[in-house]
Design a protein. Structure first.
Length: 367
């Protein structure tokens, strides 16, 4: 394959009816923004050492060095007769593998099936799992030394269990408050956000959709119809969580095609929908912000594209990517994304032949 980047253009969609249920003021002109556009870097990452192969990529993260971390499921690779890379891989900006580690060890229970990864400002690496018995979270140093486990495998209760998670998806750390925010969880287990002390693992608080107490029985019975009222409970996959520079917590309610926004105390602020009328099995898999936080990038694993939204208006203004196996396309499961300080967008696919791609900014254009 040629190392020449393939061009990915942003598509201007305007204020689509499906993009948000939030009213956008029309009495005065809206400011003009240049819409980001990207080109895929087919030379990133470099070939893996030791003839390794990557399985389904379930989590991806950026650290303070602009190194990219991913966690993947190597079991599928081994079953195909190939050599799986270790579960955790760290890449430098050039796409070289810097280090790798992960798997069972002394003092902790490795997840049955890995899911999320994040690297906090103290260089701690947090890992979650979404296997049947994965009701815990692990913390390691960046070199893989075990630090802490929150919860016990196979011990999860309902969505008001304060000791364990249930197939948690992502974690974010607020060092100013020593708080670990967790989106919990997947496969119709828990339907909430839960917060722990990041230094001790002690429970602090939790909340469900609209900041209310989660109700698993109500969530199981909820049936959302097209054009009907939004669900009062989170759906079958509370799939991502991000905190913006204003301290607002964005929570991906994947199966309900929406993002709900809260203050850190759980107070509900607003929600917006992405491709709400889509027939895909959920659209909001992951999200991250541009470095200046003018834009939100949403990974839509149902329609295999990344949506671009204006953060201050929660309005879709473009997209990139499409269904396919080629460079710049997404095969069957665009699952996660992260953005570095230079505005590069990195995506992970959770299909059986896992793949990570880098999309570099090109000259932005006006709508």
């Amino acid at each position: 394959m040629s190392a020449r980047p393939a061009l990915i253009c942003g598509v201007v969609l305007g204020a689509l009816a499906w993009s948000a249920d939030l009213a956008v003021p029309t009495a005065r002109a809206q400011p003009t923004h240049e819409i980001p556009a990207f080109e895929v870097d087919v030379a990133w990452p470099k070939p893996l050492p030791n003839n390794w192969a990557i399985g389904p990529v379930s989590g991806i993260a950026t650290d303070a060095k602009d190194h990219i971390w991913l966690i993947h499921r190597g079991e599928a690779v081994a079953q195909a007769g190939r050599v799986p890379a270790p579960p955790v891989l760290e890449f430098d900006a050039a796409g070289n593998v810097v280090q790798s580690w992960g798997g069972p060890g002394n003092g902790y229970e490795w997840p049955e099936q890995v899911h999320g990864i994040t690297v906090d400002a103290k260089d701690r690496v947090w890992i979650s799992g979404n296997g049947e018995k994965d009701s815990h979270i692990l913390a390691f140093t960046r070199t893989g030394k075990f630090l802490r486990q929150i919860g016990q495998p196979g011990k999860s209760g309902d969505s008001n269990d304060t000791a364990n998670v249930a197939r948690a998806t992502q974690m974010r750390v607020d060092l100013g408050r020593n708080e670990l925010f967790v989106s919990d969880g997947e496969m119709n287990q828990h339907h909430r956000v839960i917060v722990f002390d990041s230094e001790t693992g002690a429970y602090k608080r939790h909340w469900g959709a609209y900041g209310e107490k989660p109700d698993d029985a109500a969530a199981a019975k909820a049936a959302v119809t097209a054009g009907g009222p939004p669900a009062r409970q989170f759906g079958t996959a509370v799939h991502c969580l991000r905190i913006d520079r204003d301290g607002l917590v964005y929570v991906c309610d994947r199966s309900n095609n929406r993002v709900q926004i809260f203050r850190k105390d759980g107070s509900f602020q607003k929600e917006f929908f992405v491709a709400r009328e889509s027939k895909a099995a959920g659209t909001v898999y992951d999200l991250d912000f541009s470095p200046d936080q003018k834009f939100i990038y949403v990974a839509d694993g149902g329609n295999q594209k990344v949506w671009i939204l204006l953060r201050n208006q929660l309005r879709i203004v473009g997209s990139f990517g499409e269904r396919g196996a080629g460079a710049g396309q997404f095969a069957t499961s665009l699952h996660d994304l992260t953005v570095d300080s230079k505005g590069n967008v990195y995506t992970g696919e959770a299909a059986s032949g896992g793949r990570v791609q880098k999309f570099a900014p090109k000259q932005a254009r006006k709508p």
